[in-house]
Ligand binder design. Sequence first.
Ligand SMILES: [Zn+2]
Length: 755
Amino acid sequence: MRGVRSPSLKAHVPSLIVLLLALPAAAAPPIRLPTEADRQLLIDLEGCRPAIPPARPPEILATQADIDVQSYDLSLFLDVANERIEGVNAISFVTSSSSPAADELVLDLDSNFLSVTRVVRDGVDVPLASVTHASDVLRILLAPAVVNGAPASTVEVHYEGQPEEIGNGFGTLRFETHAIPPEPLIFTLSEPYFGRGWWPCKDEPGDKALVSVHVEAPDTLTVVSNGLEEPSAVGRPGHRITTWTSRYPMSTYLVAVSVTNFATWQDSYVSQDGLTTMPVPYWSYPELEAQAREDWSITPAAIDFYARRFVEYPFLEEKYGQVSIPMWGAMEHQTATSYGAQLLSGDHRFDYVVVHELAHQWWGDLVGPTTFDSIWLNEGFATYSEALWFEGQGGMSAYLGYMRNLDRLPWTGTDFEGTVHAPGDARLFSDTVYRKGGWVLHMLRWVLGQPAIAPDPEVLMPVLRSHAAEHAYASAQTSDFVATASVVGGQDLSWFFDQWVHREGRPLYEVGWTAEPQQPTGFVVRVRTRQVQAGPTFRMPVNLRMTFADSSTRDEIVWQDQSEQDFAFPTVEAPVSVAWDPDGWVLKAVTTIDIDQDDDGFADWLDSCPLVPDPTQADGNGNGVGDACEPGIDFDGDLVLNESDCAPADPQAFTPPPDDALIFVARRAPGFAFTWTLPPAAGQRQPVADITHGLLADLLTSRSTAGGTCAAAGVATPEWLDPAPTSAGGDWYVVHAWNGCAAVDVGDTPLSACR
Ligand SMILES: [Zn+2]
């Protein structure tokens, strides 16, 4: 089912910029992708339709489970003038395989507005004393009991009344009108528990049965239902009896009747083996025919698309029909989707609803939920099928964009509430079931597709095909799908479903990175990741994409399963950005953290001085605090503070001589001028200086300026530029205040200036 928010609720729709997907320009028919505003029209159906089942004691449910319905044959007279119905339902049943006998037939039937007038078992009236009808439960004593293995027994229930909504839903059968002048309009909606509002049945999805309906309605109206139409019969004056019969079993919530003065036309679909041409009929209000013809025109192509992706269309011997009813949404009645007339816009804006309901023919109708705890196998799958359809239209980028749009958190600021499996009655039709449920398949494709960074849909399809094959025309629950996915996927995937289907929430990642320079070249990209959500950690492969200055990228897939986990990758260049799951394969939220506060490439926990850029990470005193971080300290005891000490760890080299005021200059590049100020307090005897010059390499070897030459003497201005620097290897100079060009023991000489 797809629900769409009514216009009166649109005030809640945030005005958001919508992600538009890249599509081929020339597509026919025109593809209009849903905007987030369109999607926000979707209701969480709990808003208008709480799926609260009637409270029934477990012993009644257990008794009901003793029977296995084989078929329903429902005759319904629609008294349009009085908005009443008269019905007879013939229920054919055996005992369940696990039950030795059944001495009671327990059916669901609204007891407030419908009354039972007669019960017949195998042609014999059942005394009404053997029938009780209260609290929406109809109990019929079976005497003798039906024993296991006995032929099917048939019970006819005759009933009548004015159907009303159960609870505050909009389910059951309703008499309405449309058009001007008004035309009668009768339709049903039964999911999940409202079949009992208009016909007696075992209203549990897991017991599928064959269904025939015979609807007696004014002969000016058209009756649409499941299966194939049989020859009609004449009814009461002015009435016709229309019969529809299904050849495939179905759940009671999928049985539907829609009646009005429909306009009708049809397309066809040719099966994949080319042997069957199936009708694709449409019924719309006449006043909406033009819009419906446009919007529904994608149907044959969509059937073909899903038949190729999944398995052949499941109801090939019948049809795939769509019929308009008054509804802000749509409902996947088997072979006869009820489609909201409000959605017939004529501009394809609700294509996603068209394909959603179609996909339900596989996911929901072919394979139904054993109980509504597993409703995500319907709704999550159908929602994911929307994304597949748009991937077929626009490729991977369209697909990824569609999935991003399905994540609720970026749009609403709040995460999906509750769990995907067993969401609870109030959340049966919530975003959690639809959108997060769809994300479960998206992420399963990602996990099964490893190590691909953009797994093809075919990675997932074998799982879906096996699921369809194993439970075709029957029911499945979440555990069945987990088992199938594990077998087909070749690995035990219970960890995956435990975290995404049975638990709430998503990983909230914190991610930071840095590029640590290496010697002599290259970098190590370090990435720190954390999961900071409440509760257990998630285990997922995550793509980590590094982007470099030339726009090239490198993808690395890591398995992240710890509350804190670091990853490291050697690189030639430092990336300009590192993105965590940039394509959106993991349902998540990401917060960027700073793991390199001084931006020197060293992660803070590897940086002896994380607040000061210090690419050498020098720590001369070995105290774990980088030199650059220890200003005001003279740890080599040479009376020169670290911040002005070119070799703060070498006290022997840099003790200043007491009797000579001099300046030592080293340079590594030729052609620079240097200046000095001779310290008068040091006993300066003349305002001129002598300058000694030598090779820096020699100095480092000899630790003495003895090998130097006198480059200049009597320099009167405190500035000098060497006219003939010795080499590219670097030069040293000593400016002498009064010693002339004497050699200086560098072991006693502080480097006053380091350039
Ligand atoms: Zn749906």
